[in-house]
Ligand binder design. Sequence first.
Ligand SMILES: [Fe+2]
Length: 400
Amino acid sequence: MAIVKGANKGVGAARYLITKARAASTSAVTAQMAPTHSLPPGFTAQIGQLEACTLPERVSGSVSDKAIADAMIGAWRRDGILQIDMSKTQQRLYQAANAASRRFFSRPPAQKRACVDHMSYSGYIASGEEITDGVADYSEIFTVTKDLPHTDQRVAQGWPCHGPCPWPDQSMKNAMKSYMSDLAVSGEKLLQLIEMGLDVPTGSLTRYTDDGWHHMRVLRFPHRDRTNGKGKKGRGIGSHTDYGLLVIAAQDEVGGLFVRPPRQDEQFANWEKTSAGLRENDAGWMYVPPAAGTFTVFPGDMMQYMTNNFLKSTPHKVGLNVRERFAFAYFHEPNFRSVIKPLPGYNAGQSPIGGIHYGTHFTNMFLRNYPDRVTTARLREEGRYHLLASEQLRDEDGVL
Ligand SMILES: [Fe+2]
């Protein structure tokens, strides 16, 4: 891998080195390279040469499925991230979602700010509103959680984080729902392959994802010189890990995502102590070059806990570039009520012994990230946090 330092003056050089580094890989991978991306200025990183996989139509347990599964596990343990090819349908759905995202973020600020819900964390988050490790992030976000009407029993009973998605219009709703529904299928295939790669019984992971709490962040990052000044120069999102099982990300051709490949000497457990800010300014980060027609996939906190650090939750961060940038992060998650337990063969008495209630972990993360949001204020005023400990909101067996 080439080490490249991003700088305004050095953009051309950085682009050259990226191309050269990728040229050492297969021609198929090189052909997928977008010609226009460059490392965000001010960042030093290895340039990732990601393992590229194509998901099978259906996971049948075949020899070729096992080969893909083993390659995936190896890639995550080495790089913390891998690349999967979009199908033709996925390319079309991604493009439609990306167009809807660009339309939404170009709306006047007042229209965007109106897209907020009191019961769910779905909806708009302005640039500078989200905090990572005490510093405002410049990302502008539309979050999509499970879109539940007020008549849904869970919403009516005040379950934390449950409520409607405040869509700006029907076309955004259609585009995002179609994109997410398709990714839910890929997410299940990935879990089935991971079960094969980890040599755990079929269903060890997928038993948690019936009516999974899958959600998504639709993201826009401003040009590095056109921010509102609330955060830190050039920093899009500070380093952190994500909450659940898997993250399936997509990005346009601009570039800005960095991941931190796993290291034996770095221990963290985001469900016990925040991993936000982890090694953000240290060496050892890897730039994820945009590649048209591909997703990138990495594990989240629950996968780390279940595998006792065999597959670690991948720390990542975003730098601002010299153009605005649009991206998606889809989260393939357990059911909100699930109490996640270590996988067979990976149970070494890791903490907490009794398992992790996913809904509580998710709620804690959103309370931490959005302390001033109306949803947080209402949850606290109405004293609904304690519901997370109730029997109704917990499935101790993980069999749904
Ligand atoms: Fe993230």
